[in-house]
Every structure is written in structure tokens, then in C-alpha cells.
Design a protein around this ligand. Structure first.
Ligand SMILES: [Zn+2]
Length: 111
């Protein structure tokens, strides 16, 4: 069901005009409005990209054995989330991924 914007009367979804006041439903404009709002949500940072970056950074300083693999996983998932421009943080995810690889390389070399 949808509601008339003029009189508030409940109408069928398929209705072209309001059964009470005859006001035309402007479906095309409504859909445009929804699509217009969507890109603003894409401005959000990918949380996992940020988490991966931080974990990898901590791994460089302390505990690479724990933070390296975690940073690698979080950064990989974070990077996927940022691909396609849906979320911000691609640079952070890549930096996290690079640092995670350094964490792991350092870990392997130190064994
Ligand atoms: Zn109406």
C-alpha cells in the first residue's frame, strides 16, 4: 500500500491516481529521489578496511604473529567492500594489506 502525499488516503500500490482526491502519484520522481540519496551512503568508510589497517599497523610494532594474519583477513575483506565504489577506505585497505604482508614476511624471516 502507498499513501497519498496530498490527503494521506491509503491507495493500492498499482493506483495511478488517489481514489479520494484524484492526485496523480509521481512514481518516477520517487524512484529518482531514492537513487539520488544512495550515493551519500557510499561515503561511509568500510569498517573492516579501517580495522585491517589498524591491526596491521599494531602488528608491525607488536605481536605480528597475531595481528599479521588478522590484518591480512580484515584488509582483504575491507578491500572487497571498497571495490565498486560502494564504500570509502580503499587506500587504507591496500595499506593494511601491504603492512600485513610485511608482518607475515617479518614473522617468517624471524623464525
Ligand atoms: Zn489523495
Amino acid at each position: 500500500m502507498k499513501y497519498c502525499t496530498t490527503c494521506g488516503k491509503e491507495n493500492e500500490d498499482a493506483a495511478k491516481v488517489c481514489v479520494q482526491c484524484g492526485k496523480e502519484f509521481e512514481e518516477v520522481q520517487t524512484q529518482d529521489a531514492v537513487e539520488f540519496v544512495a550515493p551519500k551512503k557510499a561515503e561511509k568508510f568500510a569498517g573492516l578496511a579501517v580495522a585491517g589497517f589498524v591491526l596491521s599497523l599494531i602488528g608491525l610494532l607488536i605481536l605480528p604473529i597475531v595481528m599479521g594474519p588478522l590484518g591480512l583477513i580484515f584488509s582483504s575483506i575491507g578491500l572487497k567492500q571498497t571495490l565498486g565504489g560502494k564504500k570509502r577506505g580503499k587506500g587504507l585497505a591496500i595499506a593494511g594489506l601491504v603492512m600485513a604482508i610485511i608482518d607475515l614476511a617479518w614473522l617468517i624471516l624471524s623464525l
